[in-house]
Design a binder for this molecule. Sequence first.
Ligand code: DC
Length: 236
Amino acid sequence: MDNKPLITIAFDGFSSSGKSTMAKSLAKRIGYAYIDTGAMYRAVTLYCIEHNLFDGQKLDTEELKRQMPDIRITFQVEKDGKSVTCLNGRNVEKEIRMMPVSSKVSIVAAVPFVRHALVRQQQEMGKNKGIVMDGRDIGTVVFPDAEMKVYVNASPETRARRRYDELKAKGDTTTTYEDVYKNVCERDYIDSHREETPLRKADDAIELDNSDMTIEEQDKWLMGLYERTISNLKRQ
Ligand code: DC
């Protein structure tokens, strides 16, 4: 790496806004670590499902609180260089992206003690900078002092179409586009109306609506913003 200062880069936005793709691609180009914080909330949700902590859509928060110290979430880099999410040492990357987890994750992500535990872990992961983190509260709560903050948006239809195509590519043959669209709208509502740190744009975040942008256009836009952020820092 050259002598550019290391910074913290925060990506926030609604589900399936394409922020993970953008964040991952930027991290790779500039040699930064990438952390998908949504995957952490998803892994806790999978744990709750597997340990029967859900009765329908009702979560036994008391029991989850008791079991929280037993939940260990880590990221492991595979031979092909891809990072996968592990729940107590088991690769759960595929399961956490499926509908049973997607349909319950907003409930788990609204629980204050879950958020506090995961935020602490995220702050620890990013304490040395040189990190790109994506989520809902990165620029507002996890790293309010991040030097570069991006708030990504796209229409619910565009986002549902992306998630639907992803599910099909992963072999899901039962979920319909309408199911995905409904799930996207429900999660938007819960994520932006929950009491505990709802999704909102940080005042100093740069907003990007990528509904009509290609991946290449997004990458170019991001690199431009990164370069400008670095040169502003060097000037200070
Ligand atoms: O980005 P995603 O769709 O994988 O996120 C899954 C869920 O976790 C989503 O409902 C919002 C929640 N989440 C959150 O509340 N805070 C974060 N930092 C990341 C995700």
